[in-house]
Design a protein around this ligand. Structure first.
Ligand code: GTP
Ligand code: MG
Length: 364
């Protein structure tokens, strides 16, 4: 049994929350993409909980933002972790994540572990950062502002051009005790694999809102290609959607015609909650688009949907978790779930109700 989790809108749908929630069902996890995507989730910090009786709830939770490693690094410490051949690696960020992860494992009593990185993954070089900074890309397409400084698009372009300056992880990375380089396809074969997608369907290079897109395909097909994993083996396909889709700040493109850009005041949310971790800017927000949902469904053929930020629609649901068979006391969420299922013909199986809470919907 293998799963893929992708975004259905413009990214930041909370893929991290959903991946972390089901991470223990899969023994092998693959991340693709690059450091311009950050997957955020929280784990319970048992140590703090045990140490200080009566510690506040927040003190019992540990936040993780993953830019290169799969979320399973913390959400399933027994899993095999892989970075796929289509990934682009920023060495400093990978190195920091590996160091933090090793320290965390030691602290929590887990043994030494390794990350398998495909030898064909690419590594960003200084010149890629310079190419993008001087290209005017940042000015033309605001959504690439984080990427442009990081050289990810230029590294991808160098890969396509098969340039000399384009280096493979197998040649570039200093292999230390925490990394194995090789062909991860062999590592994935016959395992229960979780493929962790980045960004969202509308940012996909070929089928998204061009030119306000990212430098790779972000659908399940693109994710499989970047992971080097056969799409026919993915039997659980999850598209994650926010109740209010967002785009990054600045000149980042429009929203769908059947939705409306609104302010965070209208949503009733403090905009500080929507400042991005990588760019530190406030995200733009709009009402939910049924047309965008239909596009994401047509492109991904999901077997199920996850709806996050239900607490933005109905604050009373914040922090609720567990297995539910009905949503009757949360009328607005129930109506939205019904409308989504009617348009998509796909069941909504998980609801995000806060940064570290998920309701599993098991309706009869
Ligand atoms: P990208 O690949 O970068 O698009 O990542 P992502 O889809 O994993 O989303 P990301 O973690 O960047 O952003 C989501 C943010 O919202 C994080 O800070 C999460 O902790 C938070 N979040 C996720 N789901 C929910 C939810 O249901 N409610 C609330 N209030 N916050 C959520
Ligand atoms: Mg993110």
């Amino acid at each position: 049994m293998s799963a893929a989790v992708v975004g259905g809108q413009y990214g930041s749908e909370g893929k991290g929350l959903i991946v972390a929630h089901i991470a223990r069902d899969y023994d092998t996890h693959v991340r693709v993409g690059a450091a311009n995507a950050g997957h955020t989730f929280w784990t319970r910090n048992d140590k703090i909980e045990g140490q200080y009786e009566g510690a506040s709830v927040d003190a019992a939770w540990e936040k993780h933002v993953m830019q290169q490693l799969p979320c399973a690094a913390y959400a399933n410490p027994d899993a095999v972790l892989c970075i796929g051949p289509g990934a682009i690696i920023s060495e400093e960020i990978l190195d920091r994540e590996l160091r933090e992860w090793s320290a965390w494992r030691r602290e929590h009593g887990f043994g030494v572990d390794y990350v398998w990185i495909d030898e064909k993954a690419h590594v960003v070089r200084e010149e890629h950062k310079l190419v993008e900074t001087g290209s005017g890309l940042q000015e033309r397409i605001g959504s690439t502002s984080a990427t442009a400084r990081e050289g990810i698009g230029a590294c991808q372009a160098a890969r396509v051009m098969r340039e000399a300056g384009c280096i493979l992880a197998g040649d570039a990375l200093d292999v230390d005790e925490r990394v194995f380089l090789g062909k991860i396809a062999y590592k994935l074969d016959g395992r229960n694999v979780m493929l962790e997608g980045t960004q969202g369907a509308s940012l996909s290079l070929t089928t998204g809102d061009f030119p306000f897109v990212t430098s790779r395909n972000t659908t399940i097909a693109g994710l499989c290609a970047d992971a080097g994993y056969p799409a026919s083996k993915v039997d659980r396909r999850i598209v994650v959607l926010r109740t209010y889709p967002i785009r990054v700040a600045g000149n980042s493109g429009g929203f769908y015609d059947d939705s409306r850009e609104i302010s965070w005041d209208v949503v009733g949310i403090d905009p500080e909650n929507e400042r991005t971790t990588v760019t530190k800017k406030i995200r733009r927000v709009a009402t939910f688009s049924m047309d965008q949902l239909v596009d994401a469904v047509i492109l991904n053929d999901p077997t199920e949907l996850a709806l996050t930020f239900c607490d933005y629609l109905e604050p009373r649901i914040h922090g609720e978790s567990g297995k539910w068979d009905a949503l009757k006391s949360y009328r607005s969420v129930e109506m939205m779930v019904n409308a989504i299922e009617d348009a998509a013909h796909v069941p909504v199986t998980m609801l995000g109700t806060g940064p570290h809470s998920v309701i599993e919907l098991e309706r009869k």
